[in-house]
Design a protein around this ligand. Sequence first.
Ligand SMILES: Nc1ncnc2c1ncn2[C@@H]1O[C@H](COP(=O)(O)OP(=O)(O)OP(=O)(O)O)[C@@H](O)[C@H]1O
Ligand SMILES: [Mg+2]
Length: 225
Amino acid sequence: MTGVPGLDELIEGGFRRGQVISVSGTSGSGKTTFAVQFLVNGAMMYNEPGLYITLGEQKKQIFANMLRYGWDLKKLEEDKKILFVEYPPYEIEVFLSQEVVIRDSVEMVGVKRLVIDPVSSLLMGYGDEQKRRERLLRLLERLRSLGCTSLMTSESGGIDAKVPLGKFEVELFSDGIIYLYNKKKESRRQRGLEVIKLRGTKHSSKTCPIEFTDHGIEVYSNKEF
Ligand SMILES: Nc1ncnc2c1ncn2[C@@H]1O[C@H](COP(=O)(O)OP(=O)(O)OP(=O)(O)O)[C@@H](O)[C@H]1O
Ligand SMILES: [Mg+2]
């Protein structure tokens, strides 16, 4: 169960263990919020420890922003319910060389939910498409073998495309795509969520409106987007 109100009923109860899911959307569409909420729910509702790897926003900024939803990430980290690791873009190489460390912490704490936000940071450094794809496939293989459920966030603006893909097309290789909309309608923007794919699951085909409430994201499955 993701524990995100309104979402699990759209996806037959939640993501499956071992799946790697892309969380995509334009800048500011709520990818980080969704990913943090997935880990907070795991830690607080399902006794599933999490690991958050931030390759973009600073950890302390995420901690401050997420307090708005009542999520005390500092406390969750102290209690070893969610581990946060931060690699600034110039240290991605360090991250790549430390995948063993990640595996160790996953095993030590019993991590069941993992987030990489945004995954594009890992792939940016490869000018060569072939190398980048190899890198991505290796990452996916490692993630699947960790035995956690993983979310990778990726920015993608191609709402008008049949399947909106980010720059590095990580969505093609993931087991599922959750697409977050922040779409302009007349003078306002409306937020929404669509399950574009989820392998092995008879999921809803409906784009649902979402709201950022005081408790995080809520999905309204019986309203129209
Ligand atoms: N308390 C709040 N209530 C409602 N909306 C909020 C609140 N806090 C932030 N937002 C909205 O959510 C957006 C940030 O969401 P988030 O950081 O999860 O998006 P993102 O897709 O990860 O963005 P980025 O592409 O910059 O990483 C803000 O830009 C703002 O529009
Ligand atoms: Mg973000």
